[in-house]
Ligand binder design. Structure first.
Ligand code: FES
Ligand code: FES
Length: 215
């Protein structure tokens, strides 16, 4: 199987993504350790996210109110100013489609569209998104009708275990909208911020190319 790993990065807030070879393996090892750490501390994460105002105030944290539109629905969130958009989506809005892989802007599993641009939601504070239009994987289908990119991922068997897939699909949509990646190498480079540990890269590439040709 052609298995060129994506190199470089997507727009992930300016953080570089480890590339190929041993550096990449070391990175994936670190991702595994990071995931284990996340799994070991769910209560801390949840506590930070859903902490009531009174509890937050007691700890000297700042509570802010932000207004944004998520998947076409206006939302008003009152939360700790440190809560990321990813945690707000998953913990406050019950939208678990965006996945928490690394929580450090390195894997792309949390990619959503913010004002039409693909962004790592783990790198954005919810409070920074005042007035923003956010689209997550949950917002792509039209009722029972899947988005063409979702259909293409299914058709080309590009989702495998599925953990990275929501981020891959959101990133792929951003890529197509950007309109500048036309060769396999350019698409791979543009998708390089999204890491798939199942190695579904070639299938993902085929799915993106199919939708790109329809656009
Ligand atoms: S969870 Fe990995 S980039 Fe956001
Ligand atoms: S489909 Fe499993 S990590 Fe990408």
């Amino acid at each position: 199987m052609e298995h060129s790993e994506y190199e470089n990065q997507q727009d992930n807030g300016g953080q570089d993504v480890p590339l190929s070879g041993s550096t990449r393996r070391e990175f994936l090892t670190q991702i595994g350790l990071a995931s284990a750490t996340i799994a070991a501390t769910p209560l801390l994460t949840q506590a930070e996210t859903v902490m009531p105002e009174s509890g937050a105030a007691a700890l000297g944290t700042e509570i802010v109110t932000t207004h944004l539109t998520i998947n076409g629905k206006a939302q008003t969130l009152t939360l700790d100013s440190r809560v990321t958009l990813l945690d707000a989506l998953r913990e406050r809005l019950a939208l678990p489609g965006s996945k928490k892989g690394c929580d450090h802007g390195q894997c792309g599993a949390c990619t959503v569209l913010i004002d039409g641009k693909r962004m790592n939601s783990c790198l954005h504070l919810a409070a920074m998104c005042e007035g923003a239009q956010v689209v997550t994987i949950e917002g792509l289908a039209n009722g029972e009708q899947l988005h063409p990119m979702q259909e293409a991922f299914i058709k080309h068997d590009a989702f495998q275990c599925g953990y990275c897939t929501p981020g891959q699909i959101c990133s792929a949509l951003g890529l197509v909208k950007e309109g500048h990646a036309h060769t396999d190498a350019e698409i791979r480079e543009s998708m390089s911020g999204n890491i798939c540990r199942c190695g579904a890269y070639q299938h993902i590439l085929e799915a993106i190319k199919e939708v790109q040709q329809q656009a």
